[in-house]
Design a binder for this molecule. Structure first.
Ligand SMILES: Cc1cc2nc3c(=O)[nH]c(=O)nc-3n(C[C@H](O)[C@H](O)[C@H](O)COP(=O)(O)O)c2cc1C
Length: 180
């Protein structure tokens, strides 16, 4: 019963160490397309993809987020980088209503698996929400081109993995019931 798709789903890991190799535009385009084809409630597609490969902007998002974490008293390593120095980042935003967060969840997972199928790795990053604790939301949304009326949901970073695929974390037991 196993197939390539199942293998990709089981082998995907959150990767937190990347090489400096850039992600080419063609790969990014395919990844985004897979995100856009994710299921979404009532097919509203009222989400937005901010695709960031400009290292200066990536550093600025990291700086603002870490500053926000500091403000909230969230502990982190001195040299902590929220994107683990990955060369490409996508921030998903949406019109907050109905199932918008779930929709964005479907889209990031599609993109993580699409990336994996292209030999890339990824890490979904929710910490970007902390950047709003440091700077003016309007300025941040302008910086990462989040459209008016949309709000930040989640980010995902991509790159080529340094080292081996991390070991899978043990999965909880007793969380499945079959009702036949
Ligand atoms: C909504 C969401 C937010 C996450 N935020 C972060 C984050 O900010 N930083 C991080 O390193 N990993 C983040 N992760 C990755 C999880 O830590 C990871 O998926 C989990 O530990 C299981 O590991 P695995 O993805 O390798 O199976 C996030 C995952 C999800 C789904």
């Amino acid at each position: 019963m196993k197939n390539q798709m199942i293998d990709l789903l089981l082998d995907r890991r959150s990767v937190r160490e990347f090489t400096t190799q850039l992600v080419d535009d063609e790969a990014l385009k395919l990844i985004i397309e897979c995100g856009m084809y994710a299921p979404n409630s009532r097919n509203k597609q009222n989400w937005h993809f901010s695709v960031i490969t400009n290292p200066v902007i990536i550093e600025e998002i990291n700086r603002l987020t870490v500053a926000g974490m500091d403000r909230l008293g969230i502990k982190h390593d001195v040299d902590y980088h929220i994107f683990y120095h990955a060369p490409a980042v996508i921030i998903l935003s949406s019109v907050i209503e109905g199932f918008s967060e779930l929709n964005c969840g479907c889209a990031v997972e599609n993109m993580a698996i699409a990336a994996k199928s292209l030999g890339l790795d990824s890490c979904i990053v929710g910490q970007t929400r902390f950047m709003y604790h440091q700077a003016d939301p309007v300025d941040i949304n302008r910086l990462v081109k989040i459209p008016e009326g949309y709000e930040h949901d989640i980010a995902i970073c991509f790159g080529y993995r340094k080292g081996d695929n991390p070991e899978p974390k043990p999965r909880k037991e007793g969380i499945v019931d079959y009702i036949k």
